[in-house]
Design a protein around this ligand. Sequence first.
Ligand code: URA
Length: 192
Amino acid sequence: MTIPDASTLTSLEHISTAVHDCTACPLSPGRLKAVPGDGDPNSDLLFIGEGPGQKEDEIGRPFVGAAGKFLDEMLAAINKTRADVFVTNIVKCRPPSNRDPEPSEITTCTDLYLWKQIGLIAPKLIVTLGRHSMALFLPATMKISQVHGQPKRFRGRVVLPLYHPAAALYNNAMRETLIRDFRKIPNVLRKI
Ligand code: URA
């Protein structure tokens, strides 16, 4: 089991290398490619999804499947591309059969990588995609159906919880809500 020395993870490049070599949790043996995340390391906007799916596991980049295409369309609607933002996931390796990541996998992966990525990118706004990502930042009592699209404070940062694009793909009402919430991003950013 390879657990990187945390003191060496001082840049996004170091984190990316460590993620590719990581065997710190039971997800690593099942992956094809680890998915550290990518985009503009200086972006004001950080998107955090749940974990790589099949396509992401094959390619090694976040949100490259159907949900990613939808994410790209919503970004285009606010005049942004993937190169303007940073996109990553709670866990960097695909859970088998796309099951939910286990709490211990989430803790291992976020303690090693996600919290450091957030510190290094220092985004003005963190956009969580889906309830698992939201749960890292907001109290467990908050339900995504009640707080989606409402900016919240978290340790000096602003977090905007949104529905997950994959959940919204085949649910028209959720899709419309997600599109509407997504369009709030420029205004939320301006107000920070
Ligand atoms: N779903 C996620 O949560 N993350 C990805 O990278 C792709 C699909």
